[in-house]
Design a protein around this ligand. Sequence first.
Ligand code: XUL
Ligand code: CO
Length: 459
Amino acid sequence: MADCFVGEKEYFPNIEKIKYEGPKSDNPLAFKFYDPDKEVGEKKMKDHLRFAVAYWHSFCADGSDPFGSATFAHSWTVGAKTPMEAAQNKMDAAFEFFTKLGVGFYCFHDRDMAPEGDSPAESEKNLFALVAKAKKLQEATGVKLLWGTANLFSHPRFMNGAATNPEFGVVALAAAQVKAAIDATIELGGQGYTFWGGREGYMSLLNTDLKKEKDHLGRFLVMARDYARKQGFKGVFYIEPKPMEPTKHQYDHDAETVIGFLRHHGLDKDFRLNIEANHAELAGHDFVHELETAAAAGLFGSVDANRGDPRNGWDTDQFPISHYETAMAMHAILKAGGFTNGGLNFDAKIRRNSVDPSDLFIAHIGGMDAFAAGLEIADRIIGDGKINAFVKQRYSTFDTGDGAKFGKGELTLEQLAKIGTDGGYGENGKNGKNRGIGITSGRQEHLENILNRYMLGLW
Ligand code: XUL
Ligand code: CO
């Protein structure tokens, strides 16, 4: 497949460009629902979904876990004489993968792309050597950078946090890394820059000045924003909420917490939220709850697409497969106006016993198909309009008259109370004889049944 790899060596030689074959195909290396050029509503599927591959899980993870060593023998690492040579090979493999899979975007951390050097200067040199290569590969393949970020959690120096570290020197080193990662993102035309606060939290309040740490985090993000804008960065900054892991409590706990934090620090014009499905679950929320919360604040930005396991309390980062979850998510995303700079980044990893090179493709195909099906279902929900019409009707008493005045802030509490006492609303409820106002069905089961019909295409 000479048109699908641009490096010197083909790393996935037995795999051709993945094609759409439709739901009846039993070819594991074909899309069943993701048909990139199919129009859904006003856009093509590929423009709705804006899929991105996560460099870290797909090309850096080696299958090790706290109980066992590496299980993946990546062909791009085996035989490389230096970490830089391995990084160059890995990048060729990555772009071959993006191209064969047919995704438009990727995301990376600085340390995924290039190895850390013996000094900040050497780390930057390594990074920019790889950025130069990535730029060429982006031009050759048309694959774009959805967002870049800095890994401020793996190195031992960050064990007490990065921007929230109790030692100033670590905060300064974190700044050097973020500055370089922002420069790299700009150089690669990145449409976003993400902050996931890996160790920005605490393990114990006995050793933590919580106020100071949160102030420092705000200050650090303001500085990063100002630097990037000065350098001409036009993209969107994201914060990716997560409640815990690796720290016991992370400051970017969930969407609502981050919204308050961004507004408090005056960052809500430049930042949006990158909602990760599994992080929502860890915070005790549904994925769609986090999406709707971000959208309600006008701060929905992007998605890290994966799933957790409801019986595990940690970040399993599995590929999404539930049509119910993807339909609910795509419905929220379409209602929010769809993606602009953001997209669906597969922050997901194959299991450590998925050691066949085709497993990485099959995992992404499943995730892309699950979101394509979710998009189609969400489009049916919106197109048919029954569910949204029900919601609109449910609030219709606020559309006119005193209800509308209330919504616009045109009533005092006294006026509202007078309407309550004299407006005739309470009469039927007297002594509970007639159950009267407010006793209106929420119709949840009916709506759930409609959704199930949309899920099977029987709307
Ligand atoms: C960790 C996580 C990260 C961020 C980027 O849970 O989701 O991979 O997406 O740093
Ligand atoms: Co993530």
